[in-house]
Design a protein around this ligand. Structure first.
Ligand SMILES: Cc1cc2nc3c(=O)[nH]c(=O)nc-3n(C[C@H](O)[C@H](O)[C@H](O)COP(=O)(O)OP(=O)(O)OC[C@H]3O[C@@H](n4cnc5c(N)ncnc54)[C@H](O)[C@@H]3O)c2cc1C
Length: 337
C-alpha cells in the first residue's frame, strides 16, 4: 500500500551532506535535524510507509488520532522549510564511492529510474514489512480489522469478539494483551503448538481455544470481517483478528552498503545498530523499524532524530579535520606558529 502521491523535489546536483533513504517517521525526523543544522540533506522515499493502511496513528502524544499520511505530509513540509529536499523514488542501489580529495567519505545512491546522487553520509530508514500468514481473505483487512498491535488499535477494537490467529510462541503473550481489551477472545492455534501450561492459563482468563486450522477469513455481505472458516467447514464468528505477524526489515537494494542483516529482538531480521543508530560501516546510520522491529512511530522518529544529530556531529569533526589539513598545507612550517 502506498500513501497519496506528493510533489517531489528535484534530486540535488553535486555532493550533499547526507542522503536519507526512506521518508517515514524515522527518516523525516533525521532529515529535520540535519536540515536545521544547515546540512544539505535529500530524503528519497518510495511512498509506502508501514502504517499506510491505518486510519490514524494512536499512542503518539499530542498527535493521537492523526492520519499517518497527515503526519508525513507535515513532516515533509517541515524538512523543506529548512532547505531539505524530499524526492519521490526508490533506491535500488547504494554503495560507498571513492573518497573526496581530502579523504572524506562518499556514497553513491541510484534510483529505480536511473537517477544518481552522491552524499557524504547515509541514513537508512526504510522500515519493515509485516509478513502475514497465507490465509485467504486476511490481507484485505490488514490495518483495519486484522490488527497486530494492541497499542496502535487495541482501544478501537475493545469489547469486540476478537480472534488471535496464532503464528508461533509470540502469539501467547499477544493473547494476554488482547484479553486486557476484550472478554470475548478466541485463540486459534492454527498451525502452531500450544503447551499445557498456556492452555491452563488461557482457561483461567476465559480465553477459548480452537485447534482446528483456519482455512479462510469470512466477510459479511457488506464486506466487513465476520469470522473465520475452519478446516472442518465450521465458521467461527469474529469481528477482529489479531496476528503477531513475523516482520522483515526492508533491506533490498541496500546490499552494497555492506550492513550485516541479522536476527533482532521482535521476530525478524534487520540491520543491527549501536549508539544513535551508528553501524559498523563508517558513514552509514540506521533508524526506525529497519533496525528496531518493535518501534512505534514515536520511537522511530526519536531514533531518526538521534541519528541525524550524530551524523551532524561526525560531519562537524570531518569538516574540522579537513580545515586543519588545509591550514597545514597552506602553511607547511606550522600553522600554529
Ligand atoms: C497497520 C499498522 C498500524 C500501525 N499503527 C500505529 C499506531 O497507531 N501508532 C504507532 O505509533 N505505530 C503504529 N504502527 C507502527 C508504525 O507503522 C511504525 O512504527 C513506523 O511506520 C516506523 O517508521 P519508519 O520510519 O521506521 O518506517 P516506515 O514508516 O515504514 O517508513 C519507511 C519509508 O521508507 C520507504 N522505503 C523503503 N524502502 C525504500 C527504498 N529502497 N528507497 C526509497 N524509499 C524506501 C518506504 O516507502 C517508507 O515510506 C502501525 C503499523 C502498522 C503495520
Amino acid at each position: 500500500m502506498t500513501t497519496p502521491a506528493y510533489a517531489s523535489d528535484a534530486l540535488a546536483e553535486g555532493t550533499v551532506d547526507a542522503v536519507v533513504i526512506g521518508g517515514g517517521a524515522a527518516g523525516l525526523n533525521g532529515a529535520l535535524i540535519l536540515a536545521r543544522s544547515r546540512r544539505s540533506v535529500v530524503v528519497i522515499d518510495s511512498g509506502s510507509p508501514r502504517n499506510a493502511p491505518a486510519e490514524a496513528v494512536h499512542g503518539l502524544l499530542a498527535l493521537d488520532g492523526t492520519p499517518p499520511s497527515e503526519i508525513l505530509r507535515r513532516g515533509r513540509e517541515q524538512v523543506r522549510q529548512y532547505g531539505g529536499r524530499v524526492v519521490s523514488g526508490e533506491v535500488v542501489s547504494a554503495e560507498s564511492a571513492a573518497p573526496s580529495e581530502d579523504g572524506d567519505l562518499r556514497f553513491t545512491v541510484t534510483l529505480a529510474d536511473g537517477r544518481r546522487m552522491t552524499a557524504r553520509r547515509v541514513l537508512v530508514a526504510t522500515g519493515l514489512k509485516d509478513v502475514l500468514p497465507e490465509v485467504p481473505g486476511l490481507a484485505e483487512h490488514w490495518g483495519h480489522r486484522v490488527v497486530h498491535c494492541p497499542y496502535c488499535h487495541g482501544w478501537e477494537v475493545r469489547d469486540e469478539p476478537i480472534g488471535i490467529l496464532a503464528t508461533g510462541p509470540a502469539s501467547i503473550g499477544h493473547a494476554y494483551l488482547f484479553r486486557q481489551l476484550t472478554e470475548d477472545l478466541t485463540y486459534f492455534t492454527h498451525t502452531t503448538d500450544l503447551d499445557q501450561d498456556s492452555r491452563a492459563r488461557f482457561a483461567a482468563r476465559g480465553i477459548r481455544i480452537i485447534d482446528t486450522p483456519v482455512t479462510e477469513v469470512v466477510d459479511d455481505e457488506d464486506g466487513a470481517l465476520a469470522g473465520v472458516r475452519l478446516a472442518d467447514g465450521q465458521v467461527v464468528a469474529r469481528r477482529v483478528l489479531a496476528v503477531a505477524a513475523p516482520v522483515q526489515a526492508r533491506t533490498k537494494g541496500l546490499e552494497g552498503l555492506g550492513l550485516p542483516v541479522q536476527e533482532l529482538p521482535g521476530k525478524g531480521r534487520g540491520f543491527a545498530s549501536g549508539l544513535a543508530g551508528s553501524t559498523e560501516v563508517p558513514g552509514v546510520w540506521v533508524a526506525g523499524n529497519v533496525t528496531d522491529l518493535v518501534a512505534q512511530v514515536g520511537a522511530s522518529a526519536a531514533a531518526g532524530a538521534l541519528a541525524g544529530a550524530d551524523i551532524n556531529r561526525m560531519l562537524a569533526i570531518a569538516d574540522t579535520d579537513a580545515a586543519l589539513q588545509k591550514t597545514a598545507e597552506a602553511s607547511p612550517q606550522g600553522a600554529t606558529g
